[in-house]
Write a protein that binds this ligand. Structure first.
Ligand code: AMP
Length: 416
């Protein structure tokens, strides 16, 4: 029979790598509470329409990467390729704009994209992200970038670059897009077939193309920042000024448009010098019209999503925090029930306890005690049962003492 293995682009997590995940997740919760973010968890699958409308039908994600299938009732379902549209849907559906203040959420969880797997790129990958709703000011965009930068510093990731841009708004973009289209049309034959198609469908997406020939050509295209309306221009100026006040180093990159359609005004990306081709650690921006696109009111919003696998690649080994384990050994099978009772007593007290239910002799049990790294082995023999005591062996010093059952709690308080 052929062996069943995990699907391509997925991976199992266990010790020691899982220690990094646990560390990172704890830090995310801790760090982002400083900015009053609260956790939100949405389903990992949604109606496909949410992502088609929310992300944009011309994006790579929607065109090529979604895990979409029909459920048993013939509904089109998609495993979430990212979390922002789901968060917006959840906020509208649960009226969170009126229930919670400030409306600032963070999430941590798996996302799914049918991408070509390679280092730092998976088909099931994990993101943490934050979203801020109802706050339109440019300072908030800067605060968000400051929080992303601060977080990476907090987990000792320092070899990074922050790129920012403004992609304008529905007012100024119509002035820019015909210019962009005209420039692209002039060099149509040199662009890849995908980009040729995008000229008429969604020219901004040409900037997302990763093919070198398209990058070289689009580098010569007009810059969106030269076409911003006064409000967008002013907004972008304040973002940059406030970043300087926050002492966040940044590079303005007019090519940065981000791969999703919903962005307005500020967009940003943080890359790492150590990641090679998949160098983006996180990205985000303002998306003031997504609520409306999804049938809600016009609510300003801004956020970012970070790739956990990519951040993990930068983390140093996390030392395991050792808890003192108690191993319970029993001299013969007749004493197993007493041993089980003792294990239940200790576990109810919150202590980590291990025992071997198939133990044939005490020597083998001591070996197991060593293997689990127990600090103490509690030994129950005929003598101990007869005089209501427990023999306790300190596994490090090999010293062995006998304690009375009535003194057990006192002993635990002192040693555990
Ligand atoms: P995006 O939602 O495309 O803006 O991605 C935000 C971040 O998620 C990126 O900067 C990456 O760190 C991470 N990311 C996106 N796609 C993948 C993937 N297929 N595998 C691993 N990480 C990813």
């Amino acid at each position: 029979m052929t062996k069943i293995i995990a699907p391509k682009g997925t991976k199992d997590l266990f010790k020691p790598e899982i220690l990094k995940w646990q560390f990172l997740e704890a830090r995310i919760r801790q760090f982002f509470s400083r900015f009053l973010f609260q956790e939100i968890r949405t389903p990992i699958f949604e109606h496909s329409e949410l992502f088609q409308k929310g992300i944009g039908s011309e994006t790579e994600v929607v065109q090529k990467e979604m895990y979409t299938f029909r459920d048993k009732a013939n509904r089109s379902i998609t495993l979430r390729p990212e979390n922002t549209p789901s968060v917006v849907r959840a906020i509208m559906e649960n009226n969170l704009l009126t229930e919670i203040f400030p409306v600032r959420f963070f999430y941590i969880g798996p996302m799914f994209r049918y991408d070509k797997p390679q280092k730092g790129r998976f088909r099931q990958f994990h993101q943490f992200g934050v979203e801020i709703f109802g706050e339109a000011s440019a300072e908030v965009d800067a605060e968000l970038i400051f929080s992303a930068f601060g977080f990476l510093n907090e987990v000792n990731i320092e070899d990074i670059e922050i790129y920012i841009n403004s992609v304008g708004c529905p007012q100024c973009r119509p002035r820019f897009l015909p210019e962009l289209q005209a420039a692209a049309q002039k060099q149509q034959n040199e662009l890849c077939p995908d980009c040729q198609r995008k000229i008429s469908t969604n020219p901004l997406r040409i900037f997302d193309c990763k093919k070198q020939q398209c990058i070289d050509i689009s580098n010569q295209f007009p810059k969106i920042t030269d076409y911003l309306c006064q409000d967008c221009h002013d907004h972008f100026q304040v973002v940059q000024r406030t970043l300087s006040t926050f002492e966040v180093p940044f590079i303005s990159n007019p090519r940065l448009v981000r791969g999703l359609d919903y962005y307005t005004r500020t967009v940003f990306e943080i890359t790492s010098g150590q990641l090679g081709a998949q160098d983006a650690l996180l990205g985000g921006g303002r998306y003031d019209h997504l609520f409306q696109e999804l049938g809600g009111k016009d609510i300003p919003a801004t956020g970012f999503a970070a790739g956990i696998e990519r951040i993990i690649l930068h983390l140093d080994e996390i030392p395991e925090t050792k808890t003192s384990i108690i191993f319970i050994a029993y001299q013969n099978a007749a004493l197993k029930t007493e041993a089980i009772k003792l294990s239940a007593y200790l576990r109810k007290k919150g202590l980590p306890v291990f025992m071997d239910y198939n133990a044939r002799n005490i020597k083998k049990q001591f070996k197991k005690s060593d293997r689990v790294g127990a600090a103490f082995t509690f030994i129950l023999g005929e003598d101990e049962i007869a005089n209501q005591s427990i023999s306790v062996k300190n596994m490090k010093t090999t010293e062995q003492i006998q304690i009375k059952r009535e003194d057990l709690d006192q002993w635990l308080r002192k040693h555990m």
